[in-house]
Design a protein around this ligand. Structure first.
Ligand SMILES: [Zn+2]
Length: 240
């Protein structure tokens, strides 16, 4: 299988989008060394929730559990692998509503950027105050830029990419050629910068950093919409 997520047609809109092969939520062999990835699109604003499974160690981590812990738990059961942690790219409501339920179910640590801690802890700032349940999250592991940690048998590097929020980050797994880009880099676009703490200037710096430092064949898994690659964004992203 190719390293680049194959393109197929979005059934509902007829638009061409780059999706992993298979139906949404299928567990897909990405063609990477040890990583299989499932993507569930969940929550009010269609957030991509990723479950990254290590075929070798049979462990997994979850990126941005947006909502519907029951759906995520069912998907985790299907993988047969053991959850090892939750990675948050930032603290907005549409990325965190299922964090507490998953923590209670699996007793696993939550990783986030240190610079995001105020936003994560404040239902006003993370905008969960406007939802059914206010959520305040205190990460177990506060990360700084360029920190590397090992989870589920993967070495993961934190890249601080402010712009969407002050403590937004991306998670880079060099050995697998994979980047989880949150609401920083989207296919042909980028995250909004008009929320409190957002900055278009910071966003442009962050996008430039990603596109100038990562290999072109890096597969990018954003917080919303379609998958992409660094190479595609270098050539097509108008915000850089
Ligand atoms: Zn966001």
């Amino acid at each position: 299988m190719s390293n680049v997520p194959p393109a197929d047609a979005d059934q509902r809109s007829g638009r061409r989008t780059d999706r992993l092969q298979g139906r949404k939520g299928d567990i897909v062999n990405t063609g990477k060394k040890n990583m299989d990835i499932a993507c569930c699109v969940l929550g009010m604003v269609q957030t991509n929730v990723y479950i990254a499974v290590n075929r070798e160690t049979q462990e997994l981590f979850i990126v941005d559990p947006a909502d519907r812990a029951d759906v995520i738990i069912r998907k985790i059961k299907e993988t047969g692998a053991c959850p090892a942690g939750i990675l948050l790219t930032h603290g907005h409501f549409d990325h965190i509503m299922a964090v507490d339920d998953l923590k209670n179910a699996y007793h696993i640590p939550v990783y986030a950027m240190k610079d995001e801690q105020d936003l994560l802890a404040s239902p006003m700032a993370n905008m969960t105050i406007y939802r059914k349940n206010s959520v305040a999250i205190v990460p177990d592991m506060m990360m700084n830029d360029l920190d590397t940690f090992r989870i589920a048998g993967f070495d993961i590097q934190v890249l601080h990419t402010p712009g969407h929020t002050p403590g937004s980050c991306c998670y880079y797994i060099k050995d697998e050629g994979v980047l989880f880009s949150g609401d920083t880099l989207f296919r042909g676009s980028c995250g909004r910068t008009d929320f409190p703490g957002g900055s278009m200037q910071d966003m442009q710096k962050s996008l430039h950093r990603l596109l100038s430092s990562l290999p072109e064949d890096t597969a990018v898994y954003p917080g919303h919409e379609s998958f992409t690659t660094i190479g595609y964004e270098v050539r097509n992203n108008p915000f850089v």
